[in-house]
Ligand binder design. Structure first.
Ligand SMILES: CCCCCCCC(=O)SCCNC(=O)CCNC(=O)[C@H](O)C(C)(C)COP(=O)(O)OP(=O)(O)OC[C@H]1O[C@@H](n2cnc3c(N)ncnc32)[C@H](O)[C@@H]1OP(=O)(O)O
Length: 194
């Protein structure tokens, strides 16, 4: 046993999240942070191509259209793909904090089946921050942004240093990402404050 608490509820002493002064303005598209990202990257033919837009405070909305490549059962989205959409949406929140963080824990409720070709409308916000721990939650609706809830998630992200990626990622991709002449893209690939 690690002795870790499994709770996704912020502990006593957790603080409200603080939006970074240079976070994208509400309504602005965040854009992909890395073109090879399965969640948002344009270079992944079967990826989710999820598009996230900054909201007020430390919140955002995102959309993802379920494609045939995302099926689990015939005509229905795979649950793991839906969890990926939630993970990506929740992970994008950290860009509004300008904190580099990875998912430590993700708890998902699958409320309704999501058919292929459906647009999943996601909204997410950071609930609280406690030291390196970022507590957040997300909801995915179908049939429109105010439609019925199909999926929900709560998550705990843990702040890391950029070395997390450099020391654990495969060499070829790390080198390629660092060699990009566009410093803004390098920063975003690792979600580092440029
Ligand atoms: C825009 C970007 C979108 C990206 C979206 C996608 C995001 C992702 O999917 S990231 C990829 C998936 N995640 C990973 O690969 C992470 C793999 N895990 C790890 O690398 C490590 O376990 C890591 C970094 C999370 C924690 O390790 P480490 O830095 O040594 O932290 P550690 O000291 O053990 O823990 C720090 C705190 O977090 C807590 N914690 C760590 N992991 C967990 C966990 N899984 N569950 C609950 N609590 C946890 C610890 O209890 C500790 O709490 P406290 O400070 O109160 O004692």
């Amino acid at each position: 046993m690690s002795g870790r608490t499994a709770s996704l509820s912020p502990p006593a002493g957790a603080m409200p999240p603080v939006r970074h002064p240079e976070a994208p303005a509400p309504g602005e598209l965040l854009g992909s942070h890395y073109d090879q990202c399965f969640g948002c990257g344009g270079a992944q033919p079967h990826g989710l191509h999820l598009e996230a837009r900054a909201g007020e405070g430390v919140s955002l909305t995102a959309e993802f259209r379920v494609k045939a490549a995302h099926q689990g059962a015939p005509g229905l989205a795979h649950g793991g793909v839906l969890a990926t959409a939630l993970d990506e949406t929740l992970g994008s929140l950290n860009w509004l904090l300008r904190v580099i963080a990875v998912t430590g824990r993700l708890e998902t409720d699958f409320v309704r089946p999501v058919p292929v070709d459906t647009v999943l409308h996601l909204d997410a916000h950071v609930v609280a921050v406690h030291g390196r721990k970022i507590y957040s939650s997300a909801t995915g609706r179908i049939g429109g942004p105010d439609g019925p809830v199909a999926v929900r998630a709560t998550a705990l992200f843990i702040e890391v240093k950029v070395d997390h990626f450099i020391s654990h990622g495969r060499d070829a991709e790390i080198k390629a990402a660092l060699a990009d002449p566009d410093q803004q893209r390098v920063a975003r690939a690792f979600e580092v404050n440029p």
